[in-house]
Design a protein around this ligand. Structure first.
Ligand code: UDP
Ligand code: MG
Length: 321
């Protein structure tokens, strides 16, 4: 195997501030070197996916394509569909053009030097999927580190097979992507889906840096809903947890009843509305919480049953098209 055609898929949402730097680093420093060293073919490209940006991200992508069509290509979605859908749009488009596709963020947080190692694993070890895994989280704030690591732990507790500290920086072969396309779910969580594909996989460790410019598009609220999505799309453990919780509380209430009967029999009256009101609130809260979890799953079924398209492509600019 030699000289595979590589597409670097980069989802962009309001990334105008960082896009020029990204284009220079990925295009001129990385891709052109890879082509010059004979690691990838000359048909290789950087594919920017514009995820319905409100700033001039798409204009910049068009500019880079017009200046260097042999390096930059672009794909614009009809509206903002979120990171996972934008990424999928890019992956599915690129799979028809390339032998291997590597996905990475627009903000250059993923160390681009890991790309060489990923390609080596594909060429020399015939890995169909190579995961980029963060070697440490030292550069993250305490809060981000804590929430992210808790997320991976809850996922593995729920029985979901995901790669610890791996986000969406990964290499996938054409054949792996063709299989990925067969998963038609609307609730996309690629980190959980890709391990389900199987095939020979490899891992490349890298140090994740800080965002080069612009703001994070994942504020806490979005991160939380992403985590809930990930868990409820792949595991029914939370539903089983509810059953166990309900059963435990029921058993406890029976025990309490026996205890109070015993005290009543021995002549002691049970006073105190405080304990009563507390338990009413606690049980009420638990019931609502559990209903919420069940609602999450029903919501998922509702969305899946509609079979709506996951993204709509508005424009494609690619010399290979
Ligand atoms: N992104 C996207 N659509 C969205 C939100 C984010 O395509 O609706 C892209 C964004 O442009 C970036 C990547 O997803 O390339 C990851 O986002 P970000 O770097 O803001 O996330 P963080 O690294 O802070 O978790
Ligand atoms: Mg980022």
């Amino acid at each position: 195997m030699s000289n595979p055609c590589l597409y670097l898929v980069v989802p962009c949402y309001n990334e105008s501030e960082v896009l020029d730097t990204t284009a220079k680093v990925l295009g001129f420093e990385k891709l052109r070197n890879l082509v010059a060293n004979g690691k990838v073919s000359a048909a290789s490209r950087i594919l920017f996916i514009n995820d319905g940006s409100k700033d001039d991200t798409w204009m910049k992508i068009c500019f880079w394509h017009s200046q260097h069509p042999e390096t930059f290509s672009g794909l614009s979605l009809s509206r903002n569909r979120g990171h996972q859908n934008a990424l999928l749009a890019g992956l599915l488009y690129a799979k028809d053009k390339a032998d291997i596709v590597i996905s990475l963020d627009a903000d250059l947080q993923d160390d681009v030097d890991a790309i060489d190692e990923m390609i080596d694993k594909y060429v020399n070890e015939e890995c169909d999927i190579v995961y980029g895994v963060r070697s440490s989280r030292k550069k993250d704030s305490f809060f981000k580190r804590f929430t992210a690591e808790s997320f991976y732990k809850i996922m593995s507790w729920s029985g979901v097979e995901i790669v610890f500290n791996h986000a969406d920086y990964r290499l996938m072969s054409k054949r792996a992507l063709e299989e990925l396309e067969k998963f038609s779910e609307v609730n996309l969580f690629l980190r959980g889906l890709v391990p389900l594909l199987g095939f020979k996989t490899g891992i490349v460790y890298y140090e994740r840096g800080v965002r080069q410019a612009g703001q994070s598009k994942y504020p806490f609220k979005k991160m939380l809903s992403f985590a809930v999505d990930g868990i409820t799309s792949f595991s029914v453990t939370p539903l089983r947890f509810i059953t166990k919780l309900g059963l435990t509380i029921f058993c406890l209430s029976i025990l309490m009843l026996i205890y109070f009967c015993f005290r009543w029999y021995s002549g002691e009256t049970v006073l105190g509305w405080a304990s009563l009101i507390c338990s009413v609130w606690a049980i009420g809260g638990l019931i609502l919480f559990c209903l919420g979890i069940i609602g999450e799953y029903i919501g998922k079924i509702y969305k899946e049953s509609k079979h709506r398209p996951r993204f709509i492509i508005d424009q494609i600019i690619d010399r290979n098209a």
